[in-house]
Design a binder for this molecule. Structure first.
Ligand code: SF4
Length: 329
């Protein structure tokens, strides 16, 4: 049995259930890095190249937390999750493609990195091959055992998607899935406003990165909707409303999510949380802003960086929420 380290950031918020179940079914122990803190960010800033965006710096910080605690670091080369053709030449942001190389070059004392290439352009069935390659890396060659682990992982991921579709945010959905929390323990609030928060999962769901934005909205009796609560059909249906999809998977999800919620009358406004030094976001933000104006939907872009303070972000959100309340009234 090996200890597999998974950094609690980037694809963690959407695909952790799949890989956790897969590795556990193969008999391994999965160790997740602790939640992001200033110390994690500072360590990431030391380790990563200077011009990296904040999420990539944070990723380095999480990897650093796992060194000495695990036998392997799972850092796949995420290339594409969708069939080629449906979304043109969509891939993950280039930084995801180079992630395993980046940590290998920048960080000392790394345990072996499981850097399986995840490229599902040929179709979803490719995922089984990805699983086989990952299992082979860990010395498991029994095809039947790998297939069973793959099936269990798919089932776990489906369960997770179902919880998200109930309108539960990923951090809480993961707690429910892993049995750490029960649905009935979730406090019921009578929302006074509905706001769609769109952006990259590793920005909007990480409370350190978003400087407590979701918590603050909850305190303000705002029901938060995100793109990850929508089905693929609902999201991809938005493709026809823009002349061309973007090149990057998470960017398309943020844009489609924004477009979907802009059309809903019960949604009072849209917040786009964007990361400093993110190239793709310069397109995403402008597109969402133009479309929000076209739909007459209030829009706020919040940029986070390593110096973002809670007070500054809070003041802007507070003003936005006040304006939406006034508008409703
Ligand atoms: S999409 Fe932007 S924030 Fe995400 S990894 Fe790429 S550059 Fe960084």
């Amino acid at each position: 049995m090996a200890k597999i380290g998974i950094p609690r950031t980037l694809a963690y918020f959407l695909y952790f259930p799949f890989w956790n179940a897969f590795f556990m079914e193969l008999g391994h122990e999965v160790i997740v890095s602790p939640p992001t803190t200033k110390a994690v960010l500072d360590r990431g800033v030391e380790e990563a190249v200077n011009d990296a965006c904040i999420p990539i710096k944070i990723y380095h910080g999480h990897v650093a937390k796992l060194i000495d605690k695990v036998d392997f670091i799972f850092s796949p080369r995420l290339v594409s999750l969708r069939k080629h053709g449906d979304f043109g030449t969509e891939t993950f942001c280039p930084k995801f493609l180079g992630l395993p190389d980046m940590i290998r070059v920048s960080m000392d004392r790394l345990p072996p990195v499981i850097d399986t290439r995840i490229d599902l352009k040929a179709g979803k069935d490719e995922l089984l091959n990805v699983c086989k390659e990952t299992a082979f890396f860990l010395g498991m060659t029994a095809e039947k055992v790998i297939f069973n682990a793959y099936k269990k992982a798919l089932k776990k991921q489906e369960e997770y998607q179902k919880i998200l579709k109930e309108g539960i945010l990923p951090p809480l959905a993961l707690d429910i899935l892993e049995g750490r929390k029960k649905r009935k323990e979730i406090p019921r609030i009578e929302p006074e406003l509905n706001i769609a928060v769109v952006g990259y999962p590793y920005v909007i769901y990480d409370p350190y990165v978003n400087v407590g934005l979701l918590k603050f909205l909850e305190q303000e009796k705002v029901k938060v909707y995100t793109q990850d609560m929508l089905s693929n059909k609902e999201l991809n249906g938005q493709k026809k409303y823009i002349p061309k999809s973007l090149f990057w998977y998470f960017s398309n999800r943020a844009v489609y999510g924004g477009l979907y919620y802009m059309k809903r009358k019960d949604i009072d406004g849209i917040i786009h949380v964007t990361a400093f030094a993110c190239g793709p976001d310069s397109m995403v933000d402008r597109l969402l802003e133009i479309e929000s104006h076209r739909h007459g939907k209030p829009y706020l872009a919040v940029m986070v960086d390593e110096h973002s303070g809670e007070a500054g972000v809070r003041t802007r959100i507070e003003a936005f929420v006040d304006m939406l309340r006034y508008r409703r009234g």
